[in-house]
Design a protein around this ligand. Structure first.
Ligand code: SF4
Length: 389
């Protein structure tokens, strides 16, 4: 998660060890977005994936109490936050420490009761612990967004076993089917590792097959690299770089095709975008604004001449005119299509932040305190395999 935050914030991140051992709600929290925030629900992990250093660094899973989490979210909403992302190494095993296997679904539903909270996201769930009550909670809680980032890592059951990932590809695909049945427009993303020690061409083909069947809207694809101290680091049959690179390129090519075709299915649809600064690198040049749709797709949209310009943190409804491989273009308003701006408390908070008036927020946090701190959620989702550091 440190990598995730560092990539997102484009600056080095540090954690204070003590802040990981408990959840000191008294620690000062600062954030770099007035309208969205991270909220940690657990730290540590009870799994033992052989490529991952988290279990030895972070130890067993520790869960925050639901009341404490909800109080933190309510406090954020009071300050104008309209979007939160629940964070944990393995969010859907949340509750294991206090003996409630249904705790994560209940937490999602409780988020649905918080007035003013418009968007709830979470990262990352683990396929082995993904139960139908969570799918039901996602489908039945209007402010839980129709997007799911669920790490597959490999489509080969043999490699999954070597990774000590306790689900198999059929189970993974079954979860996707049930999510799509309940939430037809859900955009599903994943993490994949190519070139795990001993991965054969046949194993890799299995990954390509599962990727084809999964229809991910995007995937974060990583070349396996040795992490000292992990069981996989000393496994025999580490693959030559050239083989890993070649498979990686083939996987990227396949996923690009799928991402593009999935994004084209959104053309013509009206989407609600949470406007965000800095999401569109070419916005100044193209005269567009940018943000994330409910399903977390990146949207660049045109503002008609003379129309109200939404502030970051506001919502705008626009028609998608083109699905590109990595984003959507929504220029429908230029030809008389939908263009509805809704000012939100998030936009108000952003405006106040510009004047330096939002409590707890600052243009840039001086120090990130690690898990208990809050900041702008990851968009797009994680930049390193699964629950990485
Ligand atoms: S990859 Fe995720 S589930 Fe596996 S050990 Fe690491 S933190 Fe836990």
């Amino acid at each position: 998660m440190l990598l995730e935050r560092a990539r997102h914030n484009a600056e080095a991140q540090v954690e204070i060890l003590e802040s990981l051992e408990t959840f000191p709600s008294t620690l000062p929290t600062r954030r770099d977005s007035a309208y969205s925030g991270w909220v940690s629900i657990s730290v540590g992990c009870n799994n033992t994936c052989t490529f991952c250093i988290v279990p030895s660094l972070r130890g067993k899973e520790k869960d925050r109490r639901p009341g404490e989490i909800l109080a933190e979210i309510e406090a954020l909403v009071q300050q104008g936050v309209v979007e939160i992302t629940l964070l944990g190494q393995n969010v859907n095993s949340y509750g294991v420490e206090f003996g409630d296997r249904l705790a994560f679904g209940k937490l999602l539903r409780a988020c649905g009761d918080i007035e003013g909270l418009e968007r709830v996201r979470f990262t990352s769930p683990h396929p082995a612990a993904f139960t139908d009550d969570v799918i039901d909670a996602m489908a039945e809680t209007p402010n839980v967004m129709p997007s799911l980032h669920m790490p597959l890592q490999s489509g080969s059951d043999r490699v999954l076993k070597e990774m000590r990932r306790s689900y198999r590809s059929a189970k993974f695909l079954g979860i996707l089917d049930r999510v799509r049945e309940r939430i037809p427009h859900a955009a599903i993303t994943t993490d994949l590792i190519v070139g795990f020690p001993g991965e054969t061409e046949e194993d890799f083909q299995d990954t390509l097959d599962v990727v084809r069947a999964s229809r991910f809207s995007s995937a974060f694809t990583f070349q396996y690299s040795v992490r000292p101290g992990t069981p996989a680091a000393t496994m025999p049959d580490q693959l030559p770089k050239s083989v890993v690179q070649q498979r990686f390129d083939r996987l990227i090519e396949l996923q690009e095709e799928i991402s593009w075709s999935e994004n084209r299915t959104v053309e013509g649809r009206t989407v609600e975008v949470l406007v965000a600064p800095g999401e569109g690198r070419k916005d100044a040049e193209t005269q567009r604004l940018s943000g994330r749709a409910q399903d977390n797709r990146l949207v660049h949209f045109a503002v008609p001449d003379g129309a109200e310009r939404p502030r970051p943190g506001d919502m705008v409804e626009v028609d998608v005119t083109y699905g590109a491989p990595h984003h959507l273009v929504a220029d429908g308003a230029l030809t008389g299509g939908t263009y509805r701006v809704r000012r939100t408390a998030g936009g108000d908070a952003w405006e106040a932040l510009q004047a330096g008036a939002t409590p707890g927020a600052s243009p840039k946090p001086a120090v990130s305190l690690g898990m208990p701190s809050i900041g702008k959620p990851a968009t797009p989702p994680p930049s390193a395999p699964a629950c990485s550091l």
